[in-house]
Write a protein that binds this ligand. Structure first.
Ligand SMILES: NC(=O)c1ccc[n+]([C@@H]2O[C@H](COP(=O)([O-])OP(=O)(O)OC[C@H]3O[C@@H](n4cnc5c(N)ncnc54)[C@H](O)[C@@H]3O)[C@@H](O)[C@H]2O)c1
Length: 271
């Protein structure tokens, strides 16, 4: 393994949504850092591709098919990880159902089925995986849970109420977990990415919309999956041992400025 540094050496980790995008990058980075990773996704072939990449580098990983909104499947996932890798130290929740994104419309036209699907995967999934992971972490004397939210939780895009609400709910759930189990050594933090270029966002946003995102980022480029994976590594590792219940924004400064700044800049450019 060429790039192993070992910040997670010997740790057992579950990463959900790890067949694609940010979850895949996180699973690969964690394995390079010495973690034994269960790569969980509803799409087993994509999880297996991530595992193949990890094993090619000499890392330890197993694929597992699980729908995170299905309690029995989540129970099996956590039992598999704990049984295969001797416990569970790290939980990373990235699973998100992007198939409903274009059907997530203004509230007056909302479909209850779309609303429920989005919340059941993006929010309830985090609760269910935590429900089954926490007992293993308590037995081990601690653990690290990281849930992915989004800057959309407090800066919503128009007409994506179910997505914004699921990501806002992740904040409340994560702070609750941090409060409930912090004294017993379990930390729960949140990563809130801005626009990260992944297969999902390449499908969701047109080139013109992607350019708008770039115009609004206070950085020379858009985000990459590795930008989030590196933040996740910090939050999962002992380097962040005294950080609990917090939100780490990884957005290249997208949410750093007042909303009128682009208009002021346009006025200045127009003379
Ligand atoms: N990419 C971004 O710009 C961005 C920004 C903010 C937040 N996020 C969040 O980061 C996470 C990863 O985003 P991404 O862009 O890498 O998405 P992605 O679509 O590339 O990956 C999501 C993965 O989740 C899996 N999945 C879908 N439904 C599932 C289910 N029911 N159970 C288990 N797995 C399931 C998919 O198969 C896919 O592999 C998501 O939670 C997303 O909301 C992404």
């Amino acid at each position: 393994m060429s790039t192993t540094v070992g910040r997670l050496m010997g740790k057992s980790a579950v990463v959900t949504g790890a067949g694609s995008g940010i979850g895949a990058a996180t699973a690969e980075l964690f394995a390079r850092e010495g973690a034994k990773v269960v790569v969980a996704d509803i799409d087993l072939p994509s999880a297996s591709v991530t595992v193949d990449r990890i094993r090619e580098e000499g890392g330890v990983a197993e694929p597992f098919a699980a729908d995170v909104s299905d309690e029995a499947a989540v129970a099996d996932l956590v039992a598999f990880a704990a049984g295969t890798h001797g416990g569970l130290d790290i939980l990373q929740n990235y699973a998100s159902d992007r198939s409903v994104v274009t059907a997530d419309v203004e509230v007056a036209d909302a479909s209850l089925a779309v609303w429920s699907k989005q919340l059941s995967v993006d929010l309830t999934g985090c609760m269910l995986t935590s429900k089954y992971a926490v007992p293993h972490m308590l037995r081990a004397g601690g653990g690290a849970i990281t849930n992915v939210s989004s800057v959309v939780a407090w800066l919503p895009l128009a007409a994506r109420p179910a997505y914004a609400t699921s990501k806002a709910g992740v904040l409340g759930l994560s702070k609750s977990l941090a409060t409930e189990y912090g004294k017993q050594g379990i930390r729960c933090n949140v990563i809130a990415p801005g626009h990260i270029v992944t297969p999902a966002t390449e499908k969701q946003f047109s080139p013109a919309q992607t350019q708008v995102m770039l115009d609004h980022v206070s950085a020379p480029r858009l985000g990459r999956p590795d930008d989030v994976a590196l933040a996740a590594l910090f939050l999962a590792s002992p380097d962040s041992a005294f950080i609990n219940g917090q939100v780490l924004v990884v957005d290249g400064g997208l949410s750093a400025y007042a909303p009128m700044v682009p208009s002021f800049r346009r006025l200045a450019a127009d003379g």
